[in-house]
Each structure stands twice: as structure tokens, then as C-alpha cells.
Design a protein around this ligand. Sequence first.
Ligand code: 4AD
Ligand code: MG
Length: 430
Amino acid sequence: MKTTIKQAKQHLNQEVTIGAWLTNKRSSGKIAFLQLRDGTAFMQGVVVKSAVDEETFQLAKDITQESSLYVTGTISEDNRSDIGYEMQVTSIQVIHEAHDYPITPKNHGTEFLMDHRHLWLRSKKQHAVMKIRNEIIRATYEFFDTHGYTKIDPPILTASAPEGTSELFHTKYFDQDAFLSQSGQLYLEAAAMAHRNVFSFGPTFRAEKSKTRRHLIEFWMIEAEMAFTTHAESLEVQEQYVAHVVQSVLENCTLELKLLDRDTSKLEKVATPFPRITYDDAIDYLKEQGFDDIEWGDDFGAPHETAIANHYDLPVFIINYPTSIKPFYMQPNPDNNNTVLCADLIAPEGYGEIIGGSERINNLELLEERIKQYHLDEESYSYYLDLRRYGSVPHSGFGLGLERAVAWISGVEHVRETSPFPRLLNRLYP
Ligand code: 4AD
Ligand code: MG
């Protein structure tokens, strides 16, 4: 019977065969312990000298790290292991013998591991992070599907720049100029006028010269756009969505969170509603806390966001930023025209901004004025203005950076470990 490590618990006390790789081993004269992984999970195989033929025991002692194998044996309960069972091995067939696997059980530096990212992905912790990433994606589709959203895929090659031009990746589109998408928002706004509530999930490119634990050059963004929706209503969707994702990971990734030593008590506290603080109050709070380096009108840096997040120990919305530090499309705040109807959601524990969102300008004249003020090419926004010409409605939306969400929920320090093949300022390989 061929099975997988994950499925093997359904075969307790039966003999099964599993295709697996050897991650590590330990042996004495009488017994060998094989640490096996098969992609679905990790499990120990026990080879007892007296229970197998001489050749098999010798093989168990000689197999090299990352060799691929078919291992046959009986699945038995084992309370000491994470997974709750192990295999009493009866025979081993080597498929491919690996020699000099570069990543040994000793400690390697991060740069070395990043150079070997294609192999590093096999290790236990990296495997757990990708599983959590996968669960967040699954829970995202589940959330938007149960709430009646239609998934719309915006283009990657674009002619215009939603978030301003400084961070764009430029490329040629035959004899025309084009840019890699830095957000699908403007296209989602068009889609929202056709489908009401829509979402997207795709790669996003930012040529930012930032080398921080929160910045990738290529990252994946989940964006949502909702017609007939105010910014206050959008905040409710955002907090429900984030709470759902956290809850799903807590329920379905118990083993992975344990493996990563994640303090889950912090995640268990994540419940709606999330606190909201205005930008103005955030500035006052930071000044009280002794930050003299910030003035009204400045954008927050990582230390500022962390100070605000620590005050709540929950995800917190900072609302109504100054117009001058936000993109052209945001709806003015009717209570204070120097600010806009927008929010950044700041994750706890120093993970920083995970969502940016806003209500969009729905008045044609105001939007035209803004496009001029921001020195944007009017012609390439003609389609966007059409949405205000034909049945304009109040609408709002937001974008969540997947890798930052994975870093926070997994408790991984740096976003580079939350992307399978991260693109960083100094890295395009592997
Ligand atoms: O705040 P941003 O720039 O918002 C937008 O792009 C809007 N158009 C979204 C919308 O309203 N539809 O980016 C959204 C999120 C950020 O909060 C952050 O989580 C993530 O994308 N992000 C990055 N993640 C990793 N590396 C980077 N360089 C990132 N830049 C933004
Ligand atoms: Mg932002």
C-alpha cells in the first residue's frame, strides 16, 4: 500500500510504502533512526537490526542526506513525536543517492541559505512557513467566496501608475513604454462597477530601493474593491477578513505554528473590532512617547508604527492620513480637507503595515483636478475617469501584502522567508 506521511495515520499497525527523502539520521550498533520527509510532513523511521536483514540495516546506516527512497514498514503510534506516529521500517529501496548536500544540520548564514533557496525550501521551518502561506491564500479565497465577491484578474503589464511613478519597473511593450503592475486597484475599480464586490490576488512589483525586513521587490497582493461602500464599511470588511485568516491558520496549521515556536496567545487575541486611531492622534501619541523626529505631515517609519502597534497589542487602523502623503485617488475627508478617507492596518509585534486602503474619489471634476496636480498623464487615465462619467458611486477598497501577513502570523522576522523565491534589492537568484 503506497501512502504519504500525512495519510499514514489512517494506516496504524499496517504495512505501507512511502516515497520520501532522508533529512537526517542517527544510529547505534542495534538501531537506526531515519528522519524522513515526503513533502506532506516529517516522520521518523526506526530500523531495528534484529528485525531486518543485514543488508537493510547496513543501508539504513549508510544512506546519505537528501537521498530519495521508498521506505516500507508498519506505522506505529508514538506520543513523543510531533506527528504522533512513526514507522517501524522493514525495507528500504534507494531511488537516488545524493552526495554532499550543501545544507547540513550545522548552522549556515542567511546569505548562504538564500543562495540555496531552491534547497532550503525543503527544511522543516521553511516548509512550515510555506504551509501557512498556503493556508492564508486558501482562507482568503474562502472569505471572499462566502461573502459573494467575484475574483477578477487585473493585468500585470500596464500603461499607468496607480501609486505614483517613482517605484515603477519599466519595460518595453513592442514600441511602446510599459510598466509592471504595482497594484491592480484601478482595474478593480472598473470591475467593481461591473460586478459590485471584487477581489484579486497577484504579483506586484515595486522598484523601491528599500532594504528592510518588510520590503520585497516582487510581492503578492490581495486586493478588494466594493461598490456602494464607504470607507468605514470597508474597515469592517478588512477586520473581518484578517480575523478570518488568523483564525483559519490557528485551526489548520497547529503543527506548523508549533514548529516555528509561534506564541499563539498573541494570535488568539485577534478579534473584531480592531482599534482605530486617527493620524492626528497618532502624531500626538508619538510626541508624548518622546519621538521628536516626527511632525504632522510626515509619513510614519517602522519605529513609529511599532510604537503605535505596541500600545494596542492588536492590529490597529491608523485612519485619515494627510492628503499630501497619499496617492491622487483618495476621497477627501469631509471633516478635515487636509486629510483623506484612508487607513493603514498596522500588525502587532513590529510587523508594520499589512493593509493600505481608502475610499476613492467618485467626483469627475475633483479627480481630473487631482490628476493634473499630481502631474499624471491624463490620457492614460481616460478609462479610469470614465468610471466617474457613467454611473459613478461611492466605492472603497484595500490591498493586503501577503508576505507581510505571512511574516506576522508565522512569527518570522524577515519577509524574505515568506516568499518561495524572494526578489530583493540585491537578489534575483535563484
Ligand atoms: O499601501 P499600498 O501601496 O496600497 C496599494 O497598493 C493600494 N492600491 C491597495 C488598494 O487599495 N487596492 O500596498 C498595499 C500593501 C501594504 O500595506 C503592504 O502590506 C504591501 O502591500 N506592500 C509590500 N509588501 C512587501 N514589499 C513591499 N515593497 C511592499 N509594498 C507594499
Ligand atoms: Mg501603504
